[in-house]
Write a protein that binds this ligand. Sequence first.
Ligand code: ADP
Ligand code: MG
Length: 421
Amino acid sequence: MSLIVQKFGGTSVGNIERIRSIAGRVLDAQQQGNRIVLVVSAMSGETNRLIEMACQINPIPFSKEYDLLISSGEQVSVGLVTLALNKEAKKRNFIREDQTIARGFLGHQIGIRTDNVSSKARIQAIDTSLLQKTISVGMIPVIAGFQGIDSENNITTLGRGGSDTSAVAIAAALKADDCEIYTDVDGVYTTDPRLCKKARKINKISYEEMMELASLGAKVLQIRSVELAAKYEISLHVRSSFNSSEGTRVISKKGLGAKMEQILVSGIAADAAQVKFTLQNLPNEPRTTAQVFSSLSESSIVVDVIIQDIPSPGALSLSFSVGSADFLKVKQILMKLRATHYPHLVIQEESNLAKVSIVGVGMQHHPGVASKMFSLLAQADIKIKLISTSEIKISCLILESQMKNAIECLHEGFGLDQAVD
Ligand code: ADP
Ligand code: MG
């Protein structure tokens, strides 16, 4: 008997009809002899609706109460999915009229303990005793994704896409045999299938590549979920809740085989809504860069693609990009730095940018991948504003209006339009 954690994303619980349909599917999986644990997201659009309301009151609403507010969408899904499971199980005569087959839980009810970073909390521990007890009597726990509780009993949330991480953390804590991520596409594709019609489904991908794709904008999985899966060697199966076709297995590199390593580029990720900041007239002193970036990291701002330049002997320039959601927060921090430390600091910003990245474990053994990327973008008349590289990825910051074009020309140029198998 296998223990399977199944996570259903926003579209999969998007309306009553979808909820009924997944309830049937979950009971089918249980009937096949599996023990099932469910993790659910808020119904699609709900978290955005809550965020918009909060922003109408305060444009930078981040706080404990903000997390309390935006975690409420999952509570609705837990309630509806649990009701649907109990109803369907009675209809199928799996249980009597006075019995239940599913039980709903919010994060704090099963002790999903996190740190205290509002809106970007990380899971520290999960108390599995109540879950184990529920599973052992043949019941299906239905757990609210995206949320936890900190050491002072505040409700915390795990960042957008956080239900993926809830599912993997629960799978790790329960030592589950499989973790299935049900979503609105058939699996992980070579690039976002909504942005590029020629995107192809990938059958298997390594944790490392998936981590890069996720961190570079492929929102099909939250990056933390892939990090956790890699750490605990949990095999992830990303698949569609609309059909039963095989999805994508996210597994360790050794499970991929040598053939996969010969592929230079496995996928392309794009992240719209990026902003570039350029700081000029900073003092050229050893501690300047550290001070600027530690001020940002203290506010949990993830900075990307950094360039440092010394235009004249005494002056230092820094350029970096951040997601536009962090724009106001970053601006505030930089203005504070100017007021307290750097009176001559000139802050420039450029918005409406996008980051386009190519990812592949194969590229670490092949020179010339970067120059090919730059040539392909040049041929398409796309100007690069910032570049950053790691062993298995190259990212370029470009105009957002050119993002779709960039994805298409890189997808074709690196041979991803053609099937590999
Ligand atoms: P869920 O609500 O199920 O968590 P998400 O919207 O978070 O779903 O993630 C699924 C979406 O991720 C897809 O609809 C697709 O547009 C997007 N996406 C981005 N990059 C990729 C990729 N490489 N492969 C598959 N989907 C991708
Ligand atoms: Mg998601």
